[in-house]
Design a protein around this ligand. Structure first.
Ligand SMILES: *Cc1c(COP(=O)(O)O)cnc(C)c1O
Length: 390
């Protein structure tokens, strides 16, 4: 229930730059209002260059990109796929589209991403019983890289293909290199709330030319090379429209600014709230630079004086959009039947975790409105900790 008549502050709204409309106008002027076209070609090239990948394929969504990546590394009916449990359902759904079975892996505390030790142990155990998975999906959450080195090493040891779900982490780095470019394939999203957006869209990147060529074919209804329409496998309609690629090109040109703005949001919140007892921000692990796509924090109710849900209620009453951290996949009714390795860390991050409004177009007054609500919740619960007057 919203009582405030103040302007709504969104969690992560679109933020257009100056070039998007010009590129879109070009598509209209040339009548390339179709999937494929010169804007798609240019967007793919510019994107591959931005993340330093050999190939990039623009698609209708990040979910579509993940679906194709899984199919092309061999996930099929009966396959098992290890995947981070702390994520959005779109990381997992494509496993099920292919008739596979997810096996969820818990988070570590340094970056909140997949725990490399649990992954290595699970791969070792499965290797002993002859039941290695068909793939590992590693999610880079909230704009921060997972600890890639030990994860890559564990996958390499058992020759299990690694797919990176970097939908939330465009621009984040691991030891100086862009996430999404370490595995067999990487997946990005341009959904409306991501760090850059085409309103909806995704990108598949890989250094494997054959994988990308096959993905292109599957995404275009799996048409064989023939003068007529000839098909020898099942395809999809997953290509990105030329109009949306035009938006993507403009957005990509301001990615650096968007990362800087989101990191500034984080610094504002950390300065304003970091000293409150019971407030703990998502750490930035030493192995890379996070984009702070969303500023996320943990609330310890006994020290802070109120719990995460109380903060959500206060934000809602002030017309501010905030969200809990992702509910782990092993706790989702739809995935409850599948195995999980560990799970307690992700459950704790979910129970106490909060995502603050983090748009790159937030004004200082907006950030202040958000911070004031958190401070007020703490003061309401701890009236005696106020400095005494006189
Ligand atoms: C947004 C998101 C996706 C899905 O991307 P879409 O483009 O919306 O299909 C996948 N994984 C994660 C972690 C996401 O946040």
């Amino acid at each position: 229930m919203t009582q405030s008549n103040q302007k709504r502050i969104y969690l992560s709204p679109p933020h257009m730059g100056e070039l998007e409309q010009r590129y879109v106008a070009e598509t209209f002027a040339s009548n390339w209002i179709a999937p494929l076209g010169p804007q798609v070609d240019a967007f793919q090239q510019e994107f591959a260059h931005a993340v330093d990948s050999t190939h990039a394929l623009a698609l209708s969504s990040g979910t579509a990109a993940l679906h194709l990546a899984l199919q092309l590394v061999g996930v099929t009916t009966g396959s098992e796929v290890l995947v981070s449990t702390l994520t959005f359902a779109a990381s997992v759904n494509p496993i099920l589209y292919l008739g596979g079975t997810p096996v969820f892996i818990d988070s570590e505390r340094e970056s909140w991403n997949m725990d490399p030790t649990l992954l290595a142990e699970e791969l070792e155990r499965r290797s002993r019983i002859g039941r290695l998975p068909a793939a590992v999906i590693l999610v880079h959450l909230y704009g921060q890289s997972a600890d890639l080195d030990p994860i890559i090493a564990a996958c390499a040891r058992y020759q299990v293909p690694l797919i990176e779900d970097a939908a939330e982490a465009l621009g984040a780095t691991y030891r100086g290199r862009a996430v999404g470019t370490f595995g067999r394939a990487g997946v990005f999203s341009f959904n409306g709330n991501k760090i850059i957006t085409t309103s909806g869209g995704g990108m598949l990147v890989s250094d494997d030319a054959r994988l990308v060529a096959h993905a292109l074919k599957l995404a275009t209804q799996a048409r064989d090379a023939a003068p007529h329409y000839e098909h020898s496998e099942i395809g999809y309609n997953y290509r990105m429209s030329n109009v949306l690629a035009a938006i993507g090109r403009g957005q990509l040109s301001v990615l650096r600014d968007r990362i800087a703005a989101r990191r500034r949001n984080f610094e504002f919140y950390a300065d304003a709230l970091g000293d409150l007892p019971g407030i703990e921000f998502m750490p930035e692990a030493a192995w890379g630079q996070a984009t702070r796509w969303l500023t996320t924090l943990l609330v310890s109710p006994s020290e802070f004086g109120a719990d995460r849900n109380e903060l959500l209620r206060r934000f809602d009453a002030e017309n501010i959009e905030a969200r809990p951290v992702w509910k782990p996949m092993h706790r989702q009714p739809v995935f409850a039947a599948y195995p999980v390795v560990g799970g307690a860390a992700a459950e704790d991050l979910f129970e106490r975790g909060l995502c603050l409004p983090s748009g790159s177009n937030m004004a200082i007054v907006d950030l202040e409105r958000v911070a004031t609500i958190v401070q007020a919740a703490h003061r309401a619960a701890r009236p005696h900790s106020l400095p005494l007057a006189g």
